[in-house]
Design a protein around this ligand. Structure first.
Ligand code: GAF
Length: 370
């Protein structure tokens, strides 16, 4: 991580912008539901300097861009949309020199694109002293990233900008309110395994899910069945909605409402340190994502299927938007190395390579470090 900092030593301002894990509550945010993410140690480090000409430099990609060709690289559109959003709000942005890089894996379901947007907006705000509140910065980051074409929610930006060390944030996405939940379980750890299947959400069926839910919402709003979000509904309401919705919509709705219930039960079980119940909820979440919401893939399933048959792991599930990326495993620390060895070998025999992994350390959200 710190290996990026020497390249930023001459920068007037340096911001650390973390990735995030999500303990549970997937594809619920854009449905006004619940989720439980946390900022992690893997981060992007973003440096800003004054300059006569605006320039952007990605250390990970070893690419240098100006405003004119910023769109012609994978990371450019995120920065461009942040700049456009800030200008649309009336902020004047003098020329600057930006350089960034870090140890946050890209396209691994750990929200590297949101880390870039959140960190960039936070850096601009601090550097040019706009005095935008953290609450507004969070909104700006959500809307700017939506400008790139992903019809996503607010889970990633809330956790990246507002994360609290050793805590997950229990977010009510209907109000954007959140409260910290202690996420440290004595003798257990949160293990993240990257399938190596890379994705940008815009290239997946993520938007298709989001659109289907939005169509469903419009139908139910038009009939005054809901007043704002799908997550106002309860599972018991489903039979009465069958005439209003398609079979696929019912299937997705059932997943979302079940996942909301799981998040609430998860928070209770975290407070009670009931590791077995937590594990069961993780497995149930994965099955919902796999069979009802259909956003998993065979590599994610392989890792979770292994976990289900192994009593060193209490629970596991895919994490983030899906279609690749990483899985989260709740593992007894004493068995961590043997579990890792076996699951890595199992994955290698299927995919040909040993997957990357790390034990998540839950850290604070975006911070100025220089
Ligand atoms: C991605 C999105 F960016 C989030 O808003 C959320 O929908 C998540 O997928 C799925 O829970 O990370």
């Amino acid at each position: 991580m710190d290996s990026y900092l020497p390249s930023l030593a001459d920068y007037e301002l340096v911001v650390r912008s973390p990735g995030r894990i999500n303990l549970i509550g997937e594809h619920t945010d854009y449905n006004g539901g619940f989720c439980l993410p946390a900022a992690i140690q893997q981060s992007l480090y973003i440096g800003l300097n004054t300059s006569s000409k605006t320039q952007f430099n990605s250390l990970n990609y070893n690419e240098l861009r100006s405003i004119d060709n910023l769109n012609q690289c994978s990371w450019g559109p995120f920065l461009l949309h942040c700049l456009e959003f800030m200008r649309s709000k009336g902020f004047e942005i003098p020329p600057f020199n930006l350089r960034f890089g870090g140890d946050l894996p890209i396209g691994a379901g750990l929200s590297s694109s949101s880390a870039l947007c959140c960190g960039f907006l936070f850096a601009l705000n601090d550097f040019f002293q706009y005095n935008i509140t953290l609450e507004d910065l969070t909104k700006f980051a959500v809307y700017a990233e939506q400008g790139t074409g992903v019809i996503g929610g607010m889970m990633d930006q809330i956790s990246i900008l507002n994360g609290i060390k050793d805590h997950a944030l229990f977010i009510d996405c209907s109000t954007w309110n959140f409260k910290p939940v202690a996420a440290h379980l004595k003798n257990y750890c949160w293990l993240v395994i990257d399938t190596g299947i890379k994705h940008h959400l815009i290239d997946t069926d993520y938007n298709q899910r989001s659109r289907t839910c939005s169509v469903m919402k419009s139908k139910l709003l038009a009939k005054n069945i809901i007043s704002n979000h799908l997550s106002e509904l309860q599972l018991e309401d489903i039979p009465s909605l069958i005439p209003e919705l398609t079979e696929l919509e019912i299937q997705y709705l059932e997943y979302v409402l079940e996942e909301n219930n799981r998040v609430q039960q998860f928070v209770t079980s975290m407070n009670e340190a009931d590791v077995r119940r937590l594990g069961t909820l993780l497995f149930e979440s994965h099955q919902g994502l796999r069979f009802k919401y259909k956003v998993s893939c065979k590599e994610l399933d392989l890792l979770v299927d292994f976990a289900m048959k192994d009593d060193r792991c209490f629970g596991a599930r895919m994490m983030g938007g899906g279609f690749g990326g990483s899985t989260l495993h709740l593992v007894n620390q004493h068995n961590l190395s043997s579990y890792l060895e076996d699951i890595s070998q199992h994955y290698k025999s299927f995919s040909g390579f040993v997957p990357n992994y790390f034990v998540a350390t839950i850290e604070n959200g975006v911070q100025r470090i220089q």
